[in-house]
Design a protein around this ligand. Structure first.
Ligand SMILES: [Zn+2]
Length: 231
């Protein structure tokens, strides 16, 4: 039987979770929470290097993701290996997520907000939407997948969803003490170096997370739309 985890982070590409929730993940890990990453795509289109082959990039990005997760204290990283820019809202993808939710029984699921408007990566939109649908009602209802029941994967109720990159922020998480770890985790994604860590990026992110904490009693925050599931 799979050991449950309190938190499941479902990320479209390797590195999105570091941008979205790494500071909070590091804090949760320090508090003793068990965290699982689910990486939906292999990120094999995330380069401007014309010489780099997609399968080489896949290997590099998985390695980078594992290094970042280890640094943050994530217990396990599950790669679903879908090609980059290929996610669709299909029954198969939804069931894949339901299966993992029923296996690991997280209380909290974190993913990308699917309702960000206009320019938003399709993989982000689809990951967020499919995850929300998987949580409710598909993971919850025992008749949704009789075959999963036969495998011993029983219904599970997720209690809370946090959506990063939301235009409708209603929850701010204190990352003051783990901001440095977030930066270090982002630094693990070396293949993305074009838009990654430099003193300038660190300054930019510090400013951004300071703004996210505005009005709170702490200095730096990650911001989310939080949904509490009561039924
Ligand atoms: Zn992404």
């Amino acid at each position: 039987m799979t050991k449950p985890a309190q938190v499941m982070v479902i990320t479209p590409h390797p590195d999105d979770a570091e941008y979205g929730v790494a500071g909070t993940v590091a804090r949760w890990a320090r508090e003793g929470k068990e965290i699982i990453y689910v990486v939906c795509t292999n990120g094999d289109k995330g380069t401007s290097d014309v010489k780099l082959k997609p399968d080489e990039l896949t290997k590099i990005r998985e390695r980078e993701q594992l290094a970042a997760a280890k640094l943050l204290g994530v217990r396990e990283v599950i790669f679903l290996h879908h090609p980059d820019q290929s996610l669709e809202d299909t029954p198969e993808f939804r069931k894949e997520i339901v299966r993992l939710i029923r296996m690991y029984k997280p209380e909290t699921v974190v993913t990308a907000d699917p309702y960000r408007r206009y320019v938003w990566h399709r993989d982000h939109r689809i990951t967020g939407q499919v995850t929300l649908d998987a949580i409710f009602p598909y993971a919850r209802d025992h008749l949704s997948y009789p075959d999963l029941l036969e495998e011993g994967l029983y219904p599970h109720r997720v209690k809370e969803v946090l959506l990063w990159a939301s235009e409708d922020v209603n929850y701010r998480s204190d990352i003051t003490d783990t901001f440095d770890l977030k930066i270090a985790a982002l630094c693990c994604h070396e293949s993305q170096a074009g838009h990654y860590p430099s003193p300038e990026l660190e300054r930019h992110l510090r400013q951004r997370h300071r703004m996210m904490a505005e009005g709170k009693g702490f200095e730096l925050a990650e911001a989310f739309h939080r949904v509490e599931i009561l039924w």
